[in-house]
Ligand binder design. Sequence first.
Ligand code: FPP
Length: 266
Amino acid sequence: MKLKNSTSKIRDLSIEIDKLRMPHHVAIIMDGNGRWGVNKGLTRSHGHNEGVSVLKNIIKFSKKLGIKILTIYAFSTENWIRPHEEVSFLLNLFKKVLDDEIIELNKELIKIKFIGDLSPFSEDLRKKFTEAENITKNNDEFTLNVCANYGGRQELVKVAKELAMRSISGEIKPDQINEEMFESHLYTGDLQDPDLLIRTSGEKRISNFLLWQLAYSEIYVTDVLWPEFNENEFLKAIIDYQSRSRRFGGIKSISNQSLTSSMSFG
Ligand code: FPP
């Protein structure tokens, strides 16, 4: 019975979605795994396991809705300060998810990319990241960016260093540096910026996530903890996004399709 109810709710909300105004790129801060586990009288690790199941559903559902890019915050540059057991659980979980899911992700024509400073991860895990990227590199239906040891400030410093090196070597002149050149050095390269950022578990901050890329993204915060986030909650975020007027600093609302041609910054 319960299943029937939630299915019919999903159907109701789907009617409110404007298929022509879907966000192209959605970024997600999947927060609340640990609290969910503890609230249930279980461990934080149970929360992370449940978080993976939710993630699988949300990836499939995003693709079905016509979203093209999903960028998820899986492990931040700050997450290393968690207790050793939790860090090690998370790193093993990444490995397990890749072992269990890469064939399915590839079948679904999903391209997976790992974003962040991957150098502190074990050689074994980095190999899994590279393998997953290689297996899926020709897929063009949908891109899943997994941010691992990612920090927005770290990314901006990386870009500054790379541009400084290019200037010192004489390849570019400092006054040639513009937004376009800067952007091309970001991990996200030439990907369109996220249209929508979703954060679960109620915290109203961006926690060093995609500092450059989120400049004009719409932000949706829900109190729902990530392990309880589902298709219905995702539809609520999309409906909320579609109700916003995106002006990018100008005065007229601009549709996603005409962004580059008519952008006006105030
Ligand atoms: C935040 O909850 C969640 C994380 C730090 C980890 C999320 C990782 C996954 C769901 C695995 C993804 C894996 C791959 C390979 C794509 P929290 O622990 O900060 O929760 P809390 O705020 O309640 O403490």
